[in-house]
Design a protein around this ligand. Structure first.
Ligand code: TRP
Length: 334
């Protein structure tokens, strides 16, 4: 069976190099190995309050970032989730079959709802059913995600299996979480034990794809480190999360392993290493951010790509939705 891959990013805040190295950059390679669909999950973004102008802008920005980073509309369907109505519809059908007990276990809900659990929206709680719909609509075989999303993909599998079992019919393909190669988890520049996040209050904790050269240089200069020089082996990073993170970034942007780049930089102090890292980031991010600006400035091309992507995705999604509804006993529209 051919592999079919689907993934998505929420249009909330600016994308960081964490999103790029941890997700988008890997997707670019997958396009040649499988059928690929990449969406901008705007319906997920509204599970927490959003400013309409910011949501609108961020949605187009994520699309522009996909393209600028090398997602090719000839190879992949690139679309905005809310343009394919089947997501909402299957999301509802699945939410009726999702045990509350599973939702209670979702760590992301607990994190995002925080102390204000009683005030959190129903959508944040039901999030999993929508994410399962995203995946199952396309008979996805592999879902590339980071660690934080593995639990959701596992629950999606459980949901698909229990649906197939209940109706005694192979309606849904059972998807696998897919973590390719060395998992690149990029951490905050201020605290090497926390994931780099679009929503961290400190702008200095992250580098955005659209940061200017000066901003990149300044953020790297201020990045937290320790007084020791860079070690000559990976064991030397024990208890040095910030040092390890900077080297991870340095290696990932060069498509090399940490071990390989240590050959070049072992023994360097951070005052010598940081300028190298800043230059590398500037040279890699410059072209991406330039292309993003072009797509966002002259939107016709972006819009037509998103339109075609949504049409292709809809064709696949509608087929699954029709099978699901028939199986469940819904009367087809006359
Ligand atoms: N839940 C993911 C996140 O918060 C985003 C997402 C929504 C997703 N639907 C998806 C990822 C389907 C992979 C597949 O980052």
């Amino acid at each position: 069976m051919t592999q079919r891959i689907l993934s998505g990013i929420q249009p909330t805040n600016n994308l960081t190099i964490g999103n790029y190295l941890g997700a988008i950059k890997n997707w670019v390679q997958m396009q040649d190995e499988a059928e690929t669909l990449f969406c901008i999950v705007d319906l997920h973004a509204i599970t927490v309050p959003q400013n309409p102008t910011a949501l609108h802008q961020a949605t187009l920005e994520v699309a522009a970032a996909y393209l600028a980073a090398g997602i090719d509309p000839q190879k992949s369907a690139i679309f905005i989730q809310s343009h394919v109505k089947a997501h909402v519809e299957l999301g509802w059908l699945l939410s009726c079959m999702t045990p509350m007990g599973w939702l209670n276990r979702m760590t992301q809900f607990k994190d995002k709802a925080g102390k204000n659990r009683e005030k959190a929206g129903l959508g944040l709680y039901a999030y999993l059913a929508l994410m399962a719909a995203d995946i199952l609509l396309y008979q996805t075989t592999h879902v590339p995600v980071g660690d934080d999303q593995k639990q959701h993909v596992e629950l999606t599998r459980d949901l698909a299996q229990s649906f197939n079992h209940h109706y005694n019919k192979e309606i849904f393909t059972i998807p696998e979480p897919f973590i390719k190669g060395e998992a690149k988890r990029i951490m905050s520049l201020r605290d090497g034990t926390k994931k780099m996040s679009k929503s961290d209050p400190s702008d200095f904790s992250r580098i955005h794809l659209t940061d200017s050269d000066d901003e990149i240089a300044q953020k790297i200069r201020k990045a937290k480190t320790d007084p020791e020089p860079l070690p000559d082996s990976l064991e030397g990073f024990e208890n040095r999360p910030e040092a390890k993170n900077l080297l991870t970034i340095y290696a990932a942007f060069q498509d090399k392993t940490m071990q390989d780049v240590l050959g070049d930089v072992a023994g360097k102090s951070f005052s010598d290493f940081k300028p190298l890292l800043a230059d590398l980031l500037i040279s890699k991010l410059g072209p991406i951010s330039q292309k993003m600006t072009q797509y966002l400035h002259e939107k016709t091309e972006l819009e037509s790509i998103l339109k075609a992507g949504a049409e292709n995705a809809s064709t696949l999604a509608e087929k699954t939705l029709k099978d699901v509804k028939e199986t469940m006993g819904f009367v087809a529209a006359f």
